[in-house]
Ligand binder design. Structure first.
Ligand SMILES: Nc1ncnc2c1ncn2[C@@H]1O[C@H](COP(=O)(O)OP(=O)(O)OP(=O)(O)O)[C@@H](O)[C@H]1O
Ligand SMILES: [Mg+2]
Length: 503
């Protein structure tokens, strides 16, 4: 076994009296990738925030190269060469890529002036390493979520850390970007650096990690060399039970056309036409940059369209704002929950009911508080949101549980058409299945669903039909007979699939 670089022993953490970590142990070895896995809310991010001084532990010990350390703030962990890439993006949107990477560490002249040219020059090698072809001066808000994630990773690499913690780094990355990241991880390993890798994607764990530490409900289940584990054994230890079929298929009756989009164009999409039927789940596949999110945002009224028509139930509608979309019966679960899905400073109830407050107003416009509470409780229960109650602030929920709240918020509007953009990103295997079960339940009730997903097995598993996009236009449709990983990828890169294969 390699040398132990960091050892966390008997770590306890209470948040307002609630124990979220109970005597947790974690070892990090030199030149090794340690996977840290567990369901949503298991305590992975909290443990890593304690190691990096974001949170203070309630008790326990942390050893770095054999010496006990106490990081009371993030600066002291950085000085000890421990770096973290947080699960939720932490970039400053209005600053450039380079400024974000060197924030607080800007190169300065002897008179104390920031050397901008040097800063942007120093940014380049880190972007190159990750295959990110962007100008270091580009403002962060103008690049995709996937690229922002790469900037976060570049930022961490630039600190020359000995221990790098990656909390769900591939959530927004394309397969090619992920491959590049894995190359970088291997290089870091060869340089003797240590990595903690948090991911809900078990395939990645098997591809990149040497050892695995499993947490469940704030307790350590154990540490294992990866070659002693199988996917099934990991899942069983994570959830404490055996899971049934991952993609439960229900047969529902698909009804008449509910949504028709005709020749929709704007600066993001080009001449897009498709339809959606009652009770149907339409998958939308494509690579990053295919403008799938932009299409959904256009249909939801966030972006305007210059050409084309949208029909709902055969009636032409003009959607100029999300309010118009909601009134027309369209709800949208966003891809990036932090920026536009939920408000982290508000509590669960306020978030869930945000888009449907009118349902809770009585005759005289007063809010029916008990109805609001009851319905929030029932949604939380239905979706197994792990929290202390409806009053808990969103910022205190784990990433996956925040996602469930953002879905609940949309469902509360009782939509006819539910658009879900990467609905299970950052969600654990157990909760994923809960979301699939919910999709099936809503389908059964006659709701029509559009699922944008980069997770091809997921699209294949839950959809009735698949639309593939490439660079802003539709490159083809596949029915389930022809839907294979290969056909999807072929269309996604803009090639033609043999006509016989296309639905
Ligand atoms: N600042 C906080 N205040 C109160 N409770 C918190 C806070 N941060 C986290 N928690 C709670 O601690 C528990 C562990 O959360 P944590 O974010 O560590 O989970 P996780 O394993 O990273 O989950 P995920 O896979 O969803 O990211 C959760 O129940 C969460 O609600
Ligand atoms: Mg987390």
């Amino acid at each position: 076994m390699n040398d132990i670089v960091v050892s966390m022993k008997n770590i306890n953490k209470n948040f307002s009296g609630i124990k979220v970590l109970k005597n947790v142990n974690l070892n990090i070895y030199k030149g090794n990738v340690m996977a840290l896995i567990g369901e949503n809310g298991a305590g992975k991010s909290t443990l890593m925030k304690i190691l990096t001084g974001v949170y203070l532990k309630t008790d326990g010990e942390i050893y770095l190269n054999g010496n006990e350390v106490n990081f009371n703030d993030t600066r002291s962990s950085q000085e000890a060469k421990i770096s973290i890439i947080h699960q939720e993006l932490n970039l400053i949107n209005d600053l450039s890529i380079g400024e974000n990477i060197f924030l607080g560490r800007e190169p300065v002249s002897s008179s104390g002036r920031i050397l901008w040219n040097v800063l942007f020059e120093n940014t380049k090698p880190f972007l190159q390493k990750l295959g990110l072809n962007e100008d270091p001066k580009e403002i962060v808000k103008n690049i995709s979520v996937g690229k922002q994630q790469l900037v976060e990773i570049a930022k961490s690499l630039s600190t020359d850390a000995q221990v790098i913690i990656m909390d769900e780094p591939t959530g927004a990355l394309t397969p090619a970007e992920t491959k590049k990241l894995f190359q970088v991880i291997n290089e870091l390993k060869n340089e003797g650096k240590s990595i903690v890798y948090i991911s809900h994607r078990l395939k990645e764990i098997f591809e990149i990690c040497d050892d695995v530490t499993i947490l469940r409900d704030g307790e350590t289940i154990g540490e294992f060399p990866i070659n002693e584990l199988s996917e099934d054994s990991i899942i069983e230890m994570m959830v404490g039970r055996k899971l049934s079929e991952q993609y439960p298929k229900v047969e529902t009756k698909i009804g008449n056309e509910i949504l028709k989009v005709e020749n929709l164009s704007n600066k993001f999409v080009n001449d897009v036409s498709f339809s959606l039927n009652k009770g149907e789940t339409l998958g939308v596949a494509g690579l990053m940059g295919a403008s799938r999110t932009e299409l959904m945002r256009t249909i939801y009224g966030i972006y305007s369209y210059v050409n084309g028509e949208i029909y709902i139930d055969n009636n032409k509608v003009k959607i100029n704002s999300p309010m118009d979309a909601l009134n027309a019966g369209i709800a949208y679960v966003t891809e990036d929950r932090k920026s536009n899905g939920i408000i982290t400073g508000m509590n669960i109830k306020e978030n869930i009911t945000l888009s449907s407050l009118k349902n809770f107003r009585g005759k005289f416009g007063f809010l029916n508080k008990s109805k609001e509470e009851d319905e929030s409780v029932s949604y939380m229960k239905n979706m197994s949101v792990k929290a202390t109650g409806t009053e808990q602030l969103l910022k205190f929920l784990s990433g996956g549980n925040q996602q469930k709240v953002s879905i609940a918020k949309c469902l509360m509007t009782n939509p006819k058409i539910l658009i879900m953009d990467e609905p299970t990103r950052g969600v654990d295997v157990g909760a994923k299945k809960e979301i699939y079960d919910l999709i099936n339940k809503f389908k059964k009730d006659g709701m029509s669903i559009i699922v944008v997903s980069s997770d091809i097995p997921e699209i294949l598993g839950i959809c009735d039909r698949i639309m593939v996009m490439h660079e802003g236009h539709v490159s083809g449709f596949l029915d389930m007979k022809n839907a294979t990983q290969e056909n999807i990828m072929t269309l996604a890169v803009g090639k033609e699939v043999h006509p016989n294969d296309i639905a």
